[in-house]
Design a protein around this ligand. Structure first.
Ligand code: SF4
Length: 441
């Protein structure tokens, strides 16, 4: 720890930054503001919790701006086991979340072009390109990203992360911990779980060395408990979508999911989702539906199209269509029951081997079918995501099965989660229009 860096950190983050962000949140809560272009004729006003979401995310990135030299920094893949790092006091950055933020701010083309000009193909995941572009150019809408002292990549979401994090390790000259999770076709074998557990145990001395301290198992249990509590609350929030009219949509979930991805294992995240659940329940008790005059309900498959959230929610809302469930947001809550704070390492091995992207396509189809029944859905939009191949593989078969075997209307919508150059405006609009017309018949 560097004394000058710590002084800068305390002044800019814990004193001035915290006070300014708290003041802005307080003002936003006292005078809730509905953006002038918000379609209040078809949608409920934005959730009040939005002021707190903004504060949390702004605080997280402000901390990142001043954290080097004060706390060790780890860059981690979105499905990576983070609790050991949390217990060791790391500041954790998720490049995919930063990529999503760049997507909503519409700066992905500018930043990923820096990677493309350096030779990285446009076929590579747009999160990876955005992150490598930010690394090469320093461009980011959050001011500055901290340099990592450690990298942790877990293959439970895809193999892209392996090659991506090797590029980061080479650039920053820092250790890369790889947690390799064998693919699960039906159930994970004891051998596979033991294999992941051994890797987690082996990662501890490396992380300890970078952090300059020993792992305190009481802190690890506490971080694991906080992860479980936050995931459980998130699962409950999503489950409220079963109500008619649905109090929140998946577009709300996309906007408010950042803390469950990048702040697992922290108390502030548990408090945040407890408050969000309360607001959702208030909406239910007042009969407020996220879409006024809800007539049809849909499932969303795959990542969001970050740069078209508003357009999609308004377009569908205009037709009385609420998108109330999503396989993607569900992935951040469905594993909560597997987390056991009393056996952190073992339960971490079990939890992190089971994400939807590390399982066969049949599991996803079964999940969709279950959600269609539980949420009483009328159709499915499968976002065929150009640069997230692992999530998109098998979607043509899944769509055909949904239509033929289950009699559920399903649309394959081609786009990319972050790169608007892969989104054909007119083609998407005409496909959506045809799908909506079919639902209305
Ligand atoms: S390819 Fe898909 S799963 Fe892998 S990092 Fe990109 S968005 Fe995430």
């Amino acid at each position: 720890m560097n004394l000058a860096a710590s002084a800068r950190y305390y002044w800019n983050v814990k004193l001035a930054g915290k006070a300014v962000l708290r003041w802005r949140r307080w003002q936003a809560e006292q005078h809730p503001h509905v953006p002038s272009k918000w379609r209040t004729d078809i949608l409920a006003p934005p959730m009040r919790i939005g002021a707190r979401t903004k504060e949390l995310i702004a605080m997280h990135y402000l901390e990142g701006r001043y954290v080097n030299g004060h706390r060790p920094v780890a860059w981690v893949t979105s499905g990576g086991p983070v609790e050991i790092l949390q217990a060791l006091g790391f500041y954790v950055l998720y490049p995919e979340n930063h990529g999503a933020l760049c997507g909503t701010r519409r700066v992905v083309v500018d930043i990923s072009s820096e990677a493309e000009n350096a030779g990285y193909s446009r076929d590579i995941c747009s999160y990876a390109r955005t992150d490598i572009g930010a690394m090469l150019s320093g461009k980011t809408p959050v001011g500055r990203l901290p340099k990592p002292d450690l990298l942790l990549a877990c293959t439970n979401i895809c193999q892209t992360v392996l090659f991506w994090y090797r590029v980061l390790a080479h650039h920053f000259h820092v250790p890369l911990v790889l947690i390799d999770t064998p693919f699960v076709y039906t159930d994970a074998t004891d051998h596979a779980i033991e294999f992941v557990k051994k890797q987690l145990e082996d990662s501890i001395p490396i992380a300890e060395q970078v952090a300059g301290r020993k792992l305190d198992y009481r802190k690890l249990k506490e971080a694991t408990r906080l992860s479980k509590d936050a995931s459980q609350l998130w699962l409950e929030i999503m489950g409220r979508g079963k109500h008619r009219p649905a109090p929140i949509s998946v577009f709300d979930q996309f906007i408010h999911m950042a803390p469950i991805v990048e702040m697992r294992g922290e108390k502030v995240t548990v408090d945040f989702y407890a408050a969000m659940l309360k607001e959702v329940d208030e909406r239910i008790s007042k009969g407020i539906g996220v879409v006024k005059n809800e007539r049809k309900r849909l499932l969303w498959d795959n990542l969001p199209i970050w740069y078209r959230l508003r357009y999609l929610s308004e377009y569908l809302g205009k037709h009385g269509i609420a998108v109330v469930a999503s396989t993607y947001t569900n992935a951040w809550g469905e594993l909560a029951p597997l987390i056991d704070p009393e056996r952190p390492i073992e339960s971490m091995a079990r939890t992190y081997i089971y994400p939807i992207l590390n399982r066969g396509t049949k599991y996803k189809l079964d999940t969709m079918k279950r959600m269609i029944d539980e949420f009483q859905l009328d159709g499915v939009i499968l976002h065929s995501d150009r640069s997230c191949k692992p999530y998109s593989i098998g979607q043509v078969d899944q769509r055909n099965k949904l239509i033929r075997d289950y009699g559920v209307p399903a649309l394959l919508l081609e786009a990319d989660h972050d790169d608007p150059r892969a989104y054909a405006e007119e083609q998407a609009a005409s496909r959506l229009a045809a799908f909506v017309e079919m639902l209305e018949d």
